[in-house]
Design a protein around this ligand. Structure first.
Ligand code: DGP
Ligand code: NA
Ligand code: NA
Length: 213
C-alpha cells in the first residue's frame, strides 16, 4: 500500500565489488550527477568507521586488533544495523542514498573465508530487517587488475588469493536488482551506464514503488 501523504521516497543504490574495483570513484561521480539534476542524495560508505563499532572494525582492518571471524562479522553487521533507522528516515523523506558497500559485502567477504558456520545463508540471515537495495551496481574486476592498482595491499583483506574468493562469492549473489558492469572499462563509460540504470530506479522509487526489507 502506497503512503497516503508525504514526499516521494528516495532510492537505495548500492555499489559492490572487490577492493580497488573503482567503487568509490563511481559513487562520487554518481552523487555529483544526482545533485546536479536536483535529486536530493547522500553518499554513505560501509563500514562506517566513524561510529564506536566502526572504530573497532577499522582497527581490525588496519591489523591493529585481531578478532575471530564470527566476532568481526557481527561488528560489520551491527554497523549496518546501527544506521538502519537513519537510512529509513532519509529514504522516506525523499533522499536517495548511494552506498559504497552494504549487505552484499557482508556475504561475499565473510563467506569467502570458508568458515563452515559463516556461510552465505547465515550471512544473509543476519542482514534481514535492513532496507533492501533498489539497485546493486556490481563492478566486476579481475583481482589481478585490482591488485595492480595503487594502494592495494594495505588492509587486511587486500590479498590476491582472498580477493579471488570474494569475487567468486559475489558471482553467486546476483539477483533481480543486480547490474553487473565490467569495471575494467574507463570511468566515463562506466559512469554513463550507471547513470542510465540509476535514473530508472530513482523514478520508480519516486513513483511509489515500495522499499523492500
Ligand atoms: P573499504 O570499502 O575500503 O572501506 O574497506 C572495507 C573492507 O571491509 C573491504 O575489504 C570489504 C570489507 N567488508 C565490508 N563489509 C564487510 C562485512 O560485512 N564482513 C566482512 N568480513 N568484511 C566486510
Ligand atoms: Na578496502
Ligand atoms: Na572502497
Amino acid at each position: 500500500t502506497p503512503a497516503l501523504a508525504g514526499p516521494r521516497r528516495g532510492a537505495l543504490i548500492v555499489f559492490e565489488g572487490i577492493d580497488r574495483c573503482g567503487k568509490s570513484t563511481q559513487c562520487s561521480l554518481l552523487l555529483e550527477s544526482l545533485q546536479k539534476q536536483g535529486v536530493p542524495a547522500e553518499l554513505w560508505r560501509f563500514p562506517d568507521r566513524t561510529t564506536l563499532i566502526g572504530g573497532l572494525i577499522n582497527e581490525y582492518l588496519q591489523k591493529k586488533a585481531s578478532l575471530n571471524d564470527a566476532a568481526v562479522h557481527m561488528l560489520f553487521v551491527a554497523n549496518r544495523h546501527e544506521k538502519r533507522d537513519e537510512m529509513l528516515r532519509l529514504l522516506a523523506g525523499g533522499t536517495t542514498l548511494v552506498l559504497d558497500r552494504y549487505s552484499y559485502s557482508g556475504v561475499a567477504y565473510t563467506a569467502a573465508k570458508g568458515v563452515p558456520h559463516l556461510g552465505p545463508d547465515f550471512c544473509r540471515s543476519v542482514e534481514s530487517g535492513l532496507p533492501a537495495a533498489d539497485l546493486v551496481v556490481y563492478l566486476d574486476l579481475d583481482p589481478e587488475l585490482s591488485a595492480a592498482r595503487g594502494g592495494f595491499g594495505g588492509e587486511r583483506y587486500e590479498k590476491l588469493e582472498f580477493q579471488k574468493k570474494v569475487r567468486s562469492q559475489y558471482g553467486a549473489l546476483a539477483d533481480g536488482r543486480w547490474l553487473r558492469l565490467d569495471a575494467s572499462q574507463p570511468a566515463e563509460l562506466l559512469q554513463a551506464q550507471v547513470a542510465a540504470a540509476v535514473q530508472r530506479v530513482v523514478e520508480q522509487a519516486a513513483a511509489g514503488e515500495q522499499l523492500g526489507q
